[in-house]
Design a protein around this ligand. Structure first.
Ligand code: MIC
Ligand code: SF4
Length: 744
């Protein structure tokens, strides 16, 4: 596991001639063979890496593996796993919901299971748990490098990894034995002073950081946490912080190896890994000089005093709108947010550890002890079968059930719109509080008028008891069944189960030793799965006469571009899922969603229908967007759908990292306005040319000619971040066409 690791780090230190951060150590230890150990320019140089592992979840694995099947390989080149967690609708209870999901998505689960079996991929069945908890429990290790087809792959930073979310095409490369490329990140140091106590939880650290850095402040950066407060925190707590680091756009986040990680490794049956890590522990954290003078080694430094940190609630509609609990009353009244809380939901990959559940239970118990009642509906999604089995054994699930909570399956559920919420279709304005990490419009229940606030599981539990967004459990009292005023005691819990973890059937299927005889069947008539046809190569000339499909206004996340929830079922069928293209994006010209002008007919229609009309007429189109376009998910469907339907370019003020790469990989031109104000020049009836492609080269802007309907024209400049290799992807019509060629 660590063969050659200390040597590579020592060599890097020598050639760079300076003390190293943990992030640099891990990156340098994972340079692709042949990639020189030299000083790379942060934020500029593209570098090839050799990750140790690949993880995929069911909703993204379908496309990743459909691509991998075309790569011409017999077996994956690095250890890889698939986790079935996104396709389970939360409705009644864990057992019923799981069975329904298996019945409904049998075809997809069978496909994933047989592809895994064939190509040597570990397969975690539906019900086994959420990818990032299962990875933390089984595969993550200090100093490792992993990629995963899910933006919250970064969770494994809690165990000292550099773990990065990517699109399926990137995963396909690594599984095919090719290098994985990343722009050498900038480094943000976060020094945690003091110690967490009382109502404040690890979640509040990242809620606070999100408030400071905003949803794009971490773009192109790796965040490294350190300090006494970091060491005093549990490993799973560190995981929570890293996990939600996806919400500031960070490439990933990580922590140096410490006692908490060693304890966690031992508790999860990996004493051998802990012993190996102990033996090289000086290489699994930054050099002492770095943490003594962090301002010299990080591009940006943030200090947070945990002893003074207040619990926070972030939201609604964006995860960086941070409000300390003591200011919530004021904020809610000022913004006219509905203060009655309809639901408290705990779980999701970021907050479903044993510690989280034990701390939430310490609040839930007080319902009975103090004569209280739950005022909101309350639900729990355990993170893994191992956690679920253990918390059931320890009586926690009973405590929740006794106060009226619903226990859903070990899965994503409401976090990704897989929540059959009664009455959501009425679209009433209402408030919910959850321990997840994303709260974009429509995300949990499909209702655009649901305001979701993100908080720690213990705070969510307190809010479900109070049923009131203006409640502050630190200072306020509640009235019990005897009419007395009672105060909730602060939460307490266990970092790890005192009696150890236990599980009967963790839900794992090992792949066949020789998968050559395994058949993978895709029914050509299926509406869930569709084999991929190669995209056409670039025609070798400038793109002329493109029509504007949509100028998206404001926030346009991957949820807006390729909605989840009910659409997850088409994640393996490119043509079917393309019917959700950009249906959540707001049209700048009429402030409506899913309503754009078809320039060929002058009529308004839905985005997918309009785009299909352009495709039928053989007219290329362009999408224009605002800041941080493609924020959120790793789903490459947000790039493959426009590609499939004939969009040629996406021109925006700025991109989120994963989405920009996904566009490049799938052969769509991803461009940014050289002058952001030029966004204002784009008009609804514009016909647009992209010039300069014949000499397309790194660092050279392209010219965009805007032909307005009044007959006038103007030229603006568009920047791009393509390197030589990525230009080849564009020319080939997508990166996969190159792999196909190479393996053919
Ligand atoms: C999410 O949290 O948005 C998801 C659903 O897990 C996505 C992956 C997907 O869209 O399948 C992510 O974070 O990458
Ligand atoms: Fe699943 Fe939600 Fe985590 Fe995404 S953020 S992996 S949907 S639990």
């Amino acid at each position: 596991m660590y063969a050659g690791f200390p040597e590579r780090i020592t060599a890097a230190r020598k050639s760079l001639n300076k003390p190293l951060t943990l992030t640099e150590k891990i990156l340098y230890a994972h340079l692709w063979q042949g990639q020189p150990t030299s000083a790379y320019e942060r934020g500029k140089s593209y570098v090839d890496f050799a990750p140790d592992r690949v993880a995929m979840q069911d909703a993204t694995a379908q496309m990743a593996l459909l691509q991998f099947m075309q790569a011409g390989r017999d077996k994956v080149a690095v250890p890889s796993t698939v986790h079935c967690d996104h396709l389970i609708m939360a409705k009644d209870n864990a057992a019923t919901d799981l069975q329904r999901a298996i019945n409904e998505s049998n075809e997809v689960f069978n496909f994933l299971s047989s592809v895994s079996n064939k190509y040597g991929i570990g397969f975690w069945r539906p019900g086994a748990g959420i990818i990032h908890q299962v990875v933390l429990e089984n595969y993550a290790f200090p100093g490792g490098m992993m990629i995963g087809t899910d933006s919250h792959t970064v969770n494994a930073g809690g165990l000292g990894m550099v773990a990065i979310g990517v699109g399926g095409a990137d995963a396909c490369d690594v599984m095919a034995g090719l290098p994985w490329e990343l722009k050498f990140p900038k480094l943000i140091g976060v020094k945690l002073n003091g110690k967490l106590s009382g109502w404040t939880a690890p979640k509040d650290v990242i809620l606070k950081v999100a408030g400071i850095l905003t949803v794009k402040g971490g773009t192109g950066c790796i965040v490294e946490y350190f300090g006494e407060g970091a060491e005093a925190m549990s490993c799973t707590g560190k995981g929570t912080i890293c996990n939600m680091g996806a919400e500031i756009g960070a490439t990933t986040s990580t922590f140096g190896y410490d006692e908490s990680m060693s304890r966690y490794l031992k508790a999860t049956g990996r004493a051998d890994v802990a012993a190996m890590a102990d033996a090289i522990k000086e290489h699994l954290t930054a050099d002492a000089e770095v943490y003594a003078n962090p301002e010299k080694y990080f591009d940006q430094l943030i200090e947070i005093n945990l002893s003074e940190l207040e619990p926070h609630l972030n939201g609604p509609f964006t995860p960086d709108l941070a409000t300390p609990v003591s200011k919530m009353k004021e904020a809610a009244l000022a913004n006219n947010w509905p203060t009655r809380i309809e639901y408290g939901l705990i779980g999701s990959c970021t907050n479903s550890s044993y510690e989280d559940i034990s701390r939430a239970v310490s609040i839930a118990k007080q319902v009975k002890e103090k004569g209280l009642k739950l005022k909101s509906e309350f639900t729990i999604n355990p993170g893994s079968e191992q956690v679920r089995y253990t918390v059931e054994r320890d009586g926690y699930l009973d405590t929740f059930s006794q106060i009226g909570a619903t226990i859903f399956a070990n899965a994503c559920g409401p976090c990704i719109g897989m929540w059959d919420r009664v009455g959501a279709e009425r679209q009433e304005r209402n408030t919910i509080v959850h321990s997840f990490n994303r709260n974009f419009a429509k995300r949990a229940d499909g209702n655009p008028n649901t305001l979701a606030f993100v908080a720690s599981p213990e705070l969510v539990t307190a809010f479900a008891i109070a049923g009131d967004l203006t409640f502050n459990p630190l200072t306020d009292t509640l009235i019990n069944d005897k009419g007395e005023k009672v105060k909730l005691d602060e939460p307490s819990g266990y970092e790890l189960p005192p009696k150890g973890f236990d599980v009967k059937d963790p839900g794992y299927q090992a792949p066949a030793a020789d998968g050559s005889q395994v058949k993978v069947i895709v029914d050509p008539k299926s509406n869930r799965l569709q084999l991929l046809d190669p995209f056409a190569a670039w025609e070798g000339i400038d793109l002329k006469g493109l029509k504007l499909l949509i100028k998206a206004k404001g926030k346009c996340t991957t949820d807006h571009i390729s909605m989840a929830g009910p659409w997850l079922k088409f994640r393996g069928h490119l043509d079917n899922i393309s019917n959700n293209l950009l249906i959540g994006a707001v049209n700048f010209f009429n402030d409506k969603t899913d309503n754009v002008k078809n320039q060929l007919t002058g009529e308004y229609g839905t985005v997918p229908k309009t785009q299909r009309a352009y495709k039928a007429a053989n007219v290329g189109t362009i999408v224009v967007g605002d800041e941080n376009y493609g924020e959120g998910s790793s789903r490459e469907h947000a790039a493959m759908e426009p590609r499939h339907l004939g969009v040629r370019a996406v021109l925006v003020k700025s991109f989120a990292r994963i989405h920009e790469t996904n566009l490049k990989k799938q052969g769509i031109l991803g461009l940014t306005f050289a002058n952001k104000e030029d966004y204002d020049k784009i008009q609804e009836d514009d016909t647009i040319d992209i010039n300069g492609l014949i000499s397309f080269s790194p660092g050279v802007p392209l010219q965009i000619a805007l032909h307005h309907s009044d007959g006038s024209s103007e030229v603006i400049l568009a920047n791009h971040s393509y390197n030589e290799q990525q230009i080849e992807w564009f020319k080939a019509g997508g990166a996969l066409n190159i792999i196909r060629r190479e393996f053919a």
